[in-house]
Write a protein that binds this ligand. Structure first.
Ligand code: ME8
Length: 631
């Protein structure tokens, strides 16, 4: 069986995890789930990096020993991973005995191979990065560029690792394996660092007691990064050369943020070379998650309200937003308003409504899933697209392009919405067309089963909900068309993404006033704020009937299908449109307008039109699924 070993960084437990840590871990989880789905034997490792100076400081502040402090914080990581549906196989702690013994064995091997020597070290050190800064990296104020804290001057007798000895081999490895580091920008940064030459690195600390002692000199503690990197092998049982180690090493993917790619793509491979072990296949360094342009950070106390957003929108919406919104290699600003929009447009509307609509039609017209006896227009196109989508997904996953992978899946979701629309399946309930209706509904439901498998790695809860609603008792995530069982009963269909009203507002502008407030101060009183605009719920609907209203020459009574329901709308367009010319026309409907009674007829919304001498209905440029939000 093929194997797949994916890791996250082991995070510092100096405080509870934040959304940045969640981002990396979710990205690794997608890979783990995806490979399990494809039949790989998977090992997914995550954990905490406990011997950090920041942990020591945080423990002191609380009057705890570092071990007590770690014992308190480590479970907060486990809890978050449970809440986020992370499917890790190992949660590893570097205070475990298996790690201590494994790290010491690793150091011994490097020592015995002649790659460790003793020398004096002096330089500036950041206790949050846990690294020394080279002369060329220092700024005048000696502040860490990432953590914005003063660097500390350290002078010590240290052990050194002969990193410089491996520069040529590393360069050759980079050149022979162009996909060793993702994305390419990160690879290029590392390559130029490598080309500028490598110096030996200090790998011990004499002044600390919180850490793992050197096996050959217990006066010295192993430098945290060396010990931490070795977790990728010690967690598998490197110490005893276990079966698990033999099965899974080398790692397929080390997933992390861009801050620590140098450690993983240069120092770690060089140490593995020194220990005669094979190198990991891919080092993947994603961009920063930012808040108002500043990277989230435990040290700097920059957080987003992850818990609040998960409580409001659910775990899957949070996972979906992170993976769909940001291009994986780039930084991305976390914005609750965008999460809200993605929730409504992609999840509730495109996917949730499709499921509801198909289940509604099926339950109304059939007792069980009907047999697809009557092929017709568009059926083959749908099947081909299902397979093409799978192929695209495969290739996007190879390059960690989560956003494009999800967009590809959603193109398929939107195509199925169009299929339902184009075939006008709801009009086919007559006996002579019912077999065709059954076939279309079978295909739509099979498409939903297929979609549930495609989305499973990204939003597993939703995939499970879809499977349950389409009547699968054992979820069938097989990525082959036509597996849906005829004769199966389907559920009534509960909304999988219930409506959420926007509670939060975008933070005000830096002046403390919103732009509209500023502008109204300048006399431009006719402007509305973006938030005001966002309160309007505009949807695409389709006019399915139009009739005149007695005694009102200018008004028409329209019935408009807005995807989830039908609305009766009174519109002042009678002088401009013949009733029969309106049927089937897509229009934009204000769906959250207070109902009004006009000439004794209730109007449950408003259709938009350009209005001057003539009145012209506003329609989408091309046909789109009903209920699509307009913004
Ligand atoms: O560096 N955006 O631990 P750490 C996206 N213990 N991801 C972010 C992020 C942000 N704003 N902030 C943090 C360590 N991360 C070491 C690792 S591994 C052998 C040792 C994520 O707690 C991202 O994955 O500082 C980053 O690389 C990691 O958290 C740093 O976690």
């Amino acid at each position: 069986m093929n194997t797949f070993y994916v890791t996250t960084p082991i995070y510092y437990p100096n405080s509870e995890p934040h959304a940045g840590n969640a981002y990396t871990t979710i990205a690794a989880d997608v890979l783990a789930r995806y490979h399990r789905l494809k039949g790989y034997e998977v090992c997914f490792l995550t954990g905490v990096d406990e011997h950090a100076a920041n942990v020591l400081n945080a423990a002191k502040e609380e009057g705890l020993t570092p071990q007590e402090y770690c014992d308190k914080i480590a479970p907060t990581f486990v809890n978050l991973w449970e809440r986020l549906n992370i499917s890790h196989d190992i949660f590893f702690r570097t205070t475990s005995d298996i790690h201590k013994r494994g790290a010491q064995k690793f150091l011994n091997v490097l020592y015995e191979n002649g790659d460790i020597y003793k020398d004096k070290y002096e330089g500036y050190y950041c206790i949050s990065c846990e690294k020394f800064f080279a002369e060329k990296e220092l700024t005048d104020d000696k502040i860490c560029p990432d953590h914005k804290i003063p660097l500390q001057w350290l002078e010590e007798e240290n052990y050194f690792f002969r990193l410089s000895k491996y520069a040529d081999r590393l360069l050759a490895h980079f050149n022979e394996n162009p996909d060793f580091v993702y994305p390419e920008t990160r690879r290029n940064e590392l390559l130029s660092f490598l080309e500028s030459g490598l110096q030996d690195i200090s790998i011990s600390r004499a002044s600390l007691s919180w850490g793992i002692p050197f096996p050959f000199d217990p006066e010295h503690i192993i430098y945290i990064w060396i010990e931490a990197l070795s977790n990728y092998i010690t967690a598998l049982g490197y110490e005893t050369d276990s079966d698990q180690f033999q099965t899974f090493w080398p790692a397929d993917v080390h997933m992390m943020g861009k801050d620590i790619t140098r450690f993983h793509a240069l120092f770690w491979p060089a140490m593995l070379m020194a220990a005669d072990l094979p190198l990991p296949k891919h080092i993947v360094g994603h961009g920063w998650l930012t808040k108002d342009g500043e990277a989230l950070s435990k040290t700097r106390g920059i957080f987003v309200d992850m818990d609040g957003d998960i409580a409001t929108y659910g775990v899957d919406a949070f996972r979906y937003y992170l993976l769909r919104e940001f291009s994986f290699g780039n930084d991305g600003d976390y914005r609750p308003s965008r999460l809200h929009e993605r929730y409504n447009a992609d999840l509730a509307n495109d996917l949730g409504n499709l499921l509801n609509r198909v289940l509604g039609l099926l339950n109304k017209n059939f007792d069980v899933i009907p047999e697809p006896t009557t092929p017709g227009e568009f059926d083959d196109e749908i099947k081909t697209l299902a397979h093409d989508t799978l192929e695209s997904l495969d290739s996007h996953m190879q390059t960690f392009a989560y956003d494009i992978a999800l967009e590809t899946i959603w193109e398929f979701v939107r195509r199925i919405n169009r299929y339902v629309q184009q075939t006008q399946v709801w009009t086919l309930a007559k006996p002579e067309t019912k077999p065709r209706m059954g076939t279309i509904l079978y295909n739509s439901l099979e498409a939903l089963r297929f979609i549930s498998a495609l989305i499973f790695p990204f939003i597993p809860d939703t995939a499970d909900k879809i499977q349950r609603q389409i009547g699968s008792t054992d979820s069938d995530y097989t990525l082959e068309w036509g597996r849906l069982k005829v004769g199966q009963k389907v559920a009534k269909g509960e909304p999988i993404f219930p409506r959420v009203d926007l509670k939060k507002e975008e933070p005000p502008q830096k002046t403390g006033k919103t732009k509209s407030e500023e502008q109204s101060k300048q006399g431009k009183t006719d402007l509305i704020s973006f938030t005001d605009f966002q309160r309007m719920d505009l949807r695409v609907g389709c006019i399915i009937s139009a009739e005149s209203i007695q005694g009102a020459d200018r008004l028409l009574k329209l019935i408009v299908d807005i995807g989830t329901e039908r609305r009766q709308v009174v519109a002042g367009i009678a002088e401009h449109y013949r009733t029969d010319s309106l049927i089937g026309k897509q229009v934009i409907v204000v769906v959250n307008l207070e109902p009004a009674t006009i000439r004794n007829v209730e109007s449950q919304g408003m259709v938009l039109a350009a209005s001057s001498d003539s009145v012209v209905l506003t329609t989408p440029e091309t046909e789109v699924p009903l209920g699509t939000q307009v913004r």
